[in-house]
Structures are given as structure tokens and as C-alpha cells.
Design a protein around this ligand. Structure first.
Ligand SMILES: Nc1ncnc2c1ncn2[C@@H]1O[C@H](COP(=O)(O)OP(=O)(O)O)[C@@H](O)[C@H]1O
Ligand SMILES: [Mg+2]
Length: 141
């Protein structure tokens, strides 16, 4: 999937993203600082019905949210690997455990520890487009 989107269209785009992702659990968000990774992750959380979306985990590494999955409350993890140096640090911080937990993980700065991601990770690339909009590309690699 590849398309441009504005902030006005982000909620609708988020719905489209979940359809593309289907039942895969780990989504890696690539894009430079200010590309719109956190903003899109919040829209994806809103679309999942998360009630308590707060800020960016940049200072906390992980934010844990809850969403309703067929009547059961399940965790959804928002990870930001920006402050980590490499795979070793990420593993020590417990990131690999979360990525293989079977719960939904939305991850910023996956390039900090590319080796710890499950094989079926969905990769989302966000870049700047014309007029302040953004371009999104979703791939399997
Ligand atoms: N689709 C979009 N269109 C226009 N502006 C956007 C879009 N997505 C995000 N922004 C803006 O870009 C800025 C940075 O977004 P942010 O999500 O914090 O980026 P990142 O997490 O990639 O560093 C914010 O001011 C946000 O409002
Ligand atoms: Mg961010």
C-alpha cells in the first residue's frame, strides 16, 4: 500500500492500515525525526479504541495501552527505540520479549535494533510529501 495523506485524513488512513496489517502483531515505523511516526501510531491507537493514548514514549521506551479485542482487554505496546544504541541494549531493556509476546507492538526507530524483529514484521515507511502532507508505504520488508 502506498499513498499520500494529510492530518485530516489520518484517521481514515489508520483504518486502512489495520486492514493491510490484518492479524500481524509487530509494525515497524521508519522515517526521519518529524516524519509523523508518533502521530500515525496515535491515530492507529484511536482506531483500535485505545482510551488513554498519551504522548510519545521517547523518554520511557515503552507505553502500554489497552484495547478491546472481542470483549477482552488486551495490551498494545508503543515502543520507541531512539534512545537505545543497538540490539544488545534493546534485548537487555526487554524489547525482544515484547516483540515476541504475541501482543500488538508499534515500534518507532526500528533501525536501532533491526535484528530483534520477528520475521513477519510489517514495515511502514513515512516520508514528507508535497504541501506538508506525508507519504506512507507499507511493505513486508
Ligand atoms: N500526515 C501528516 N500531515 C501533516 N503533518 C503531519 C502529518 N503527520 C504528522 N504531522 C506533523 O509532523 C510533526 C511531527 O510528527 P511526529 O509524529 O512527532 O513525528 P515523529 O514521531 O516521526 O518524529 C507534528 O507536528 C505533526 O503534527
Ligand atoms: Mg516520534
Amino acid at each position: 500500500m502506498e499513498r499520500n495523506f494529510t492530518l485530516q485524513e489520518i484517521r481514515e488512513l489508520a483504518g486502512e492500515c489495520w486492514k493491510v496489517v490484518k492479524d500481524r502483531k509487530v509494525i515497524a515505523f521508519h522515517g526521519e525525526m518529524g516524519a509523523g511516526k508518533t502521530t500515525l501510531i496515535h491515530a492507529l491507537c484511536d482506531e483500535k479504541g485505545v482510551k488513554d493514548v498519551v504522548g510519545s514514549p521517547t523518554f520511557s521506551l515503552v507505553n502500554e495501552y489497552k484495547y478491546d479485542c472481542n470483549g477482552t482487554s488486551r495490551p498494545l505496546f508503543h515502543l520507541d527505540l531512539y534512545r537505545l544504541k543497538d540490539e544488545e541494549e534493546a534485548v537487555r531493556a526487554g524489547m525482544e520479549e515484547l516483540l515476541f509476546s504475541g501482543e500488538i507492538c508499534l515500534v518507532e526507530w526500528p533501525e536501532k535494533a533491526p535484528g530483534i524483529f520477528p520475521e513477519n514484521t510489517v514495515h511502514v515507511y513515512i516520508t514528507l510529501a508535497e504541501g506538508g502532507a506525508r507519504r506512507i508505504k507499507i511493505t513486508d520488508y
